[in-house]
Write a protein that binds this ligand. Structure first.
Ligand code: OGA
Ligand code: NI
Length: 311
């Protein structure tokens, strides 16, 4: 597709030039963020992974079990992904979205099967209302199969993203061990969550949410559940993610050098519904752009995922 045909789809370039939200971004009244009234004072649990290898391991596993069953979400600190890796990833993501549209649009595609693509919605063809978000989606396992498709501008993009994806994968594998243990999946057998995946797959998104002149009319990302196994999200310093619990939305406030982990639909199935894949959404605001970088960890397409025997 030519740049001229797609340029109107890139919300970041609309956002800088309008003082009202174009009608294709306006949600029906029954489906708006209600920014002022709906959030609850609750917060998702913070779990310190430092303790995982010490005498308090059982306590950490208990905290994971509680978080996955009650919230479907938790934050983690001391997770092993180096601060530098995180900082470099955020910086290169910011640089990517600051490039002129003519550069970004080279990666534009509405074809959801593409393994590297820039877009503004889950599926531009089928969505009635567009999201106030531009995103770059990448497949990243194994890296060597996909890296040549990734953007080559900024020049450090591939190197930085490969380092980040490798480091986050190692973290996800640790999390899968813990989660398997916490839900009572039989140890050292085919039943562990990581062994049900066939050839594992790993995707990333770089989400860019531009400032929005009427943030109460639209969503960066409307309420949804993640269809994959588990997700690990890196947020910048602007708060925008909200998690649904007990009829209210909990705002997740960013904490530097932490990840937000959530249970996806497939983990809910593997855990026989003990763990919950819960609704979450991203709201935008009028003065600050923000970036988030979720990693989605999934089974390969040929894997059969079902409830697993418990020990
Ligand atoms: C997602 C998602 C939340 C965010 O991409 O599935 O939930 O904060 N993102 O960007
Ligand atoms: Ni999500």
């Amino acid at each position: 597709m030519e740049a001229s045909a797609t340029s109107k789809l890139l919300v970041s370039d609309i956002a800088s030039s309008v003082d009202h939200v174009p009608s294709n971004y306006v949600r029906p009244i029954s489906d708006r963020p209600n920014l002022s009234i709906e959030t609850s004072g609750d917060s998702i649990p913070m779990i310190d992974l430092q303790e995982l290898h010490g005498p308090n391991r059982a306590d950490v596993i208990y905290q994971v079990a509680h978080a996955c069953a009650s919230y479907g979400f938790f934050q983690i600190k001391n997770h092993g992904v180096p601060e530098k890796t995180i900082e470099r990833m955020m910086t290169v993501a910011r640089e990517f979205f600051r490039q002129p549209e003519s550069e970004r649009v080279k990666h534009y595609s509405a074809d959801t099967k593409k393994t590297t693509r820039l877009s503004t919605s889950f599926n531009v063809g089928s969505e009635k209302v567009s999201n106030w978000r531009e995103f770059l989606r990448l497949h990243c396992l194994p890296i060597e199969d996909f890296i040549s498709e990734w953007p080559s501008s900024p020049v450090s993009f591939r190197e930085v993203t490969a380092e980040y994806a490798t480091s986050v994968r190692a973290l996800v594998l640790v999390l899968l061990e813990e989660i398997s243990e916490s839900v009572g999946l039989a140890k050292d057998s085919d039943c562990k969550a990581s062994n049900t995946l066939g050839k594992h797959s790993q995707h990333m998104a770089l989400n860019y949410y531009p400032p929005c002149p009427q943030a109460d009319l639209t969503f960066g990302l409307p309420g949804h559940k993640d269809p994959n196994l588990i997700s690990a999200l890196l947020q910048d310093e602007v708060s925008g993610l909200q998690v649904f619990k007990d009829g209210k939305w909990i705002a997740v406030h960013p904490v530097p050098n932490t990840f937000i982990v959530n249970v996806g639909d497939q983990m809910q199935v593997i855990s026989n519904d003990k763990y919950k894949s819960v609704l979450h959404r991203a709201v935008v605001n009028s003065d600050k752009e923000w970036i988030s970088i979720p990693t989605f960890y999934c089974p390969s397409l040929d894997a059969v995922v079902g409830p697993q025997p418990m020990s």
